[in-house]
Design a binder for this molecule. Structure first.
Ligand code: NIG
Ligand code: FE
Length: 410
């Protein structure tokens, strides 16, 4: 048995029994921290924690590793509830096109964008995709990510969508952190279905979904509901079909336009609605009548130069906010959630406490991991972050671009 005692912790963050499953509105400012604390782990399971003054000493020193965390904080690892971590190649040539003035939608119209990624992924073997994704996951963990949702959506054919989902399934089996799979066959229409949308939707519903269900390849179903992508009716048809197979909706909505997708997705049981760079009054009302987590992706806004989601409006409406990386080769080539934490503070005007709740408790809820992740409590086995020596918790998002991780317990 591997026993670790972390002592003299400057701040043990997001710690306690019976923490809420979601923090919303003013509660997002709440963040329980034990100062000058200890934490004991047995095979990575939290077996005790408390104040140093209450620590009763060690009775059994055999095989015990003692970590002195003087001046350092311990946090629950972040949950990244929205990523596209499986992809074939980076797309920096589009990045340069963008510098020369082309927009996201213009690049897509040129055959770039999602279809570009799909072409590259079609040629790559399952094993090679797996190796590339694993390297990315290792780097994500080193940056403090302790659970990852991964979407398909760069396949866009029966064979390639299933290939992506099988890669994600293998990643689940071989990684010690929690991984959740989302089927995003409806990410874009492949060229040959440009004039025949129903033909592709039929493929999704009749050819992809039954295999996904029988091989247990996904927990969630996603649709990119947007002009030039999937319409509101197309999204509804696909999500309804997915829910019949037990897949829970978790969708890309309101990135460029408000079209009623938030209300519709919530009506169909969405666990989260993601992007929300644009937000209508009716979207806010639907969210207020639900347990759905509005999830903002400030890395995407920053990289594409599009508006940032209105976190203050959501919080003032007594809603929860979730934050995620949206890590993907097109709109967000960054997986570091410390960067997202900084962007949330700088651009969304969220406080360090609000944004940490959005990356832990609320993000865990948005990926069905509330029971086990996003907090530190007795019995928890989720990964933990030990920071470097830092003056305060707010220093973490303040020192943007700096990685203050000393060690990850996973
Ligand atoms: O979440 N908006 C849709 N999908 C991705 C971008 C995909 C791509 O450009 O490859 C996103 O931003
Ligand atoms: Fe995305």
């Amino acid at each position: 048995m591997r026993k670790i005692l972390i002592k003299n912790i400057k701040g043990l963050v997001q710690v306690g029994e019976n923490l809420p499953l979601i923090r919303k509105g003013k509660e997002m400012q709440e963040l329980p921290i034990l100062e000058n604390a200890f934490l004991a782990l047995e095979d990575n399971e939290v077996i005790a924690y408390g104040l140093m003054e209450d620590w009763e000493g060690i009775t059994d020193w055999r095989d015990l590793e003692v970590v002195d965390a003087d001046g350092r904080f311990v946090l629950p690892a972040f949950c990244d509830s929205h990523t596209h971590t499986v992809f074939a190649k980076s797309r920096e040539e589009e990045f340069v096109d963008k510098i020369h003035g082309l927009g996201y939608e213009e690049i897509a119209a040129k055959g770039g964008g999602i279809l570009n990624s799909a072409r590259k992924l079609a040629e790559m073997s399952e094993d090679e995709l797996l190796q590339l994704a694993q390297k990315r996951i290792d780097k994500m963990i080193a940056c403090g990510t302790g659970a990852i949702e991964i979407k398909s959506g760069y396949g866009l054919s029966v064979a390639a969508e299933l290939k992506m989902l099988r890669v994600i399934k293998r990643l689940k089996e071989t990684n010690s952190i929690a991984i959740k799979a989302t089927f995003l066959g409806a990410h874009a229409f492949p060229l040959k279905f440009k004039e025949n949308h129903q033909g592709y939707i039929d493929l999704i519903i009749n050819e992809m979904l039954p295999v996904i269900a029988s091989e247990n390849l996904a927990e969630y179903i996603d649709v990119f509901c947007e002009r030039n992508y999937f319409s509101l009716d197309e999204m509804s048809e696909i999500l309804e079909a997915g829910t019949k197979y037990g897949l829970i909706p978790k969708v890309h909505v309101n990135q460029f336009s408000v079209m009623g997708a938030v209300s519709k997705a919530i009506e169909l049981g969405a666990l989260s609605v993601d992007h929300l760079e644009e937000l209508g009054d009716e979207d806010v009302i639907s969210l207020q009548n639900s347990n759905c987590i509005p999830t903002l992706l400030p890395g995407c806004s920053h990289f594409l130069g599009i508006p940032f989601g209105d976190a203050r409006r959501l919080i003032n409406a007594n809603l929860p906010v979730g934050l995620a990386s949206d890590f993907n080769p097109g709109s967000t080539p960054n997986y570091n959630l410390f960067t997202i934490w900084s962007l949330a503070c700088i651009k969304l005007k969220m406080t360090p406490e609000e944004s940490l709740n959005a990356l832990t408790i609320n993000a865990a809820f948005a990926m069905g991991l509330s029971e086990t992740h996003g907090k530190i409590c007795l019995g928890s086995k989720a990964p933990l972050i030990l920071t470097k020596e830092i003056p305060s918790l707010a220093y973490l998002p303040y020192s943007f671009g700096e990685l203050n991780v000393e060690r990850i317990f996973v």
